[in-house]
Ligand binder design. Structure first.
Ligand SMILES: [Cu+2]
Length: 113
């Protein structure tokens, strides 16, 4: 009976949604902006951003320490405190980036559309 399968399918779907919801802290939803701050305490804010192809993204270091920004496939830029670095994104795609000094704490994503 086809109708007996429906409640089972529904339960599986609901579980999958609940698991996905637990994955993030709520601050990882991509934000449409070209500016990423490096505030105090070793992080990028917002962590994930959305830009358009051809846009230039600027990271500004407001922490008390030197950080770095290295986009996958790109150069490793040093960003001293109070300074910023800009990277232009010409092709659509999802680009992961890290601070190579603190890669476990400081990483993020630029989604180019
Ligand atoms: Cu860092």
């Amino acid at each position: 009976m086809g109708t007996r399968n429906f409640p089972v399918a529904f339960t599986v779907l609901a579980t999958a949604v609940a698991v996905a919801g637990c994955g993030g802290s709520g601050s990882t939803k991509p934000v449409a902006t070209r500016n990423v701050e490096i505030p105090k305490s070793y992080k990028f804010e917002p962590k994930a951003i959305i830009v358009k192809a051809g846009d230039t993204v600027t990271w500004t270091n407001k922490d008390n320490f030197t950080h770095r920004v290295k986009v996958d496939g790109g150069a490793d830029h040093k960003v001293d405190r109070g300074h910023s670095v800009s990277v232009r994104f010409d092709k659509p795609g999802t680009y992961h980036y890290v601070c190579t000094l603190h890669p476990h704490d400081m990483n993020g994503e630029v989604i180019v559309r």
